[in-house]
Design a protein around this ligand. Structure first.
Ligand code: 13P
Length: 251
C-alpha cells in the first residue's frame, strides 16, 4: 500500500488572523494539481474556525496542534477532539516535544490523545524525538522506542494505518541545525522496524513517517529523497509563504 506523502506546517503560537489568512491564500495556488501530496497547516487553536473558510474549495487541509483526550466535560482551557472534528480538522499533532517538555505530557497521555483522535476519525501525527543529551549518551533509539510503543499500547492494531509519526529530534527544532538525511533515515528505519516487529510487513510499509527539525527549502529535496522519509513537519519555514511554497514545490 502506498504511503501518504504529507507536507505539514506547524505554525506554533504565531500569526494573527489577517497574517494567517494571507499566508493561506498564497499557499492555495501552490497546492493545486498535486494529487499525490497532502499539504496541511496547523494554526493556533483560536484560528481553526477561520481556517475552514480560508481553505474551502482548495486542496489545502488544516489541523490542530493539540487536543485533550476526553470528548467533553470539566477540562477548563482544553479542546475536545469532537469539536475539532466539527470544525473540519482532518489532522491533529500529538506529543510535540514542546508539549512534552514545557507542559509535561507523558507517553501515557499521548497514547490516550491518539486513541481519542482515532475515535473521532482525525489523523494523529505523533511526534517523537530525542534530546541532544540522549543522542550523545547513545540512548536515542531506546527513547524513540518507548515513545512509539506507548502509542501502540493505546491504539487497536486495526487502526494503525491511520497513524502518522513525525521524527523531530529536539536538538534540530528551531536551531537551524538539521539532522542529516542519513541521521533522519536511520531513525525512520528504526521506527519502521518497530512497527514491523509488532505488526508485520504490511503495516510497517503503510504508515507514513515525517521528518521535522529545521526543514527548509535548501534541505527538503534531499530529506524527501530518502526511502523512509514520507514528508516533512515544518516549523519556522512554514510561516514564510515563499519558503513553505518552495518546500511544497519539491513535488
Ligand atoms: P522548526 O522547523 O522551526 O525547526 O520546527 C520544527 C517543528 O517543531 C515542527 O513541529
Amino acid at each position: 500500500m502506498a504511503r501518504r506523502t504529507i507536507i505539514a506546517g506547524n505554525w506554533k503560537m504565531n500569526l494573527l488572523p489577517d497574517q494567517a489568512e494571507s499566508l493561506v491564500m498564497s499557499l492555495v495556488a501552490v497546492t493545486e494539481n498535486k494529487p499525490d501530496l497532502e499539504v496541511v497547516v496547523f494554526p493556533p487553536t483560536a484560528l481553526i474556525p477561520y481556517a475552514g473558510e480560508w481553505v474551502s474549495g482548495s486542496s489545502l487541509q488544516f489541523g490542530a496542534q493539540n487536543c485533550w483526550h476526553e470528548l467533553s466535560g470539566a477540562f477548563t482551557g482544553e479542546t475536545s477532539p469532537e469539536l475539532l472534528r466539527a470544525l473540519g480538522c482532518g489532522y491533529c499533532l500529538v506529543g510535540h516535544s514542546e508539549r512534552r517538555e514545557i507542559f509535561g505530557e507523558s507517553n501515557d497521555l499521548i497514547g490516550l490523545k491518539t486513541r481519542a483522535l482515532i475515535q473521532m476519525k482525525i489523523t494523529p501525527i505523533i511526534c517523537v524525538g530525542e534530546s541532544l543529551d540522549e543522542r550523545e549518551a547513545g540512548t536515542h533509539l531506546e527513547k524513540i522506542k518507548s515513545q512509539v510503543e506507548s502509542v501502540f499500547d493505546a491504539v487497536e492494531m486495526s487502526s494503525w494505518l491511520r497513524l502518522v509519526f513525525a521524527y523531530e529530534p529536539i536538538w534540530a527544532i528551531g536551531t537551524g541545525k538539521t539532522a542529516t538525511p542519513d541521521q533522519a533515515e536511520e531513525i525512520h528505519r528504526h521506527i519502521r522496524d518497530l512497527i514491523r516487529e509488532r505488526a508485520g510487513e504490511a503495516l510497517s510499509e503503510g504508515i507514513s513517517i515525517l521528518y521535522g527539525g529545521s526543514a527548509k527549502p535548501s534541505n527538503a529535496a534531499e530529506l524527501l529523497g530518502k526511502e523512509n522519509i514520507d514528508g516533512l513537519l515544518v516549523g519556522g519555514a512554514s510561516l514564510k509563504a515563499e519558503d513553505f511554497s518552495n518546500i511544497i514545490s519539491v513535488f
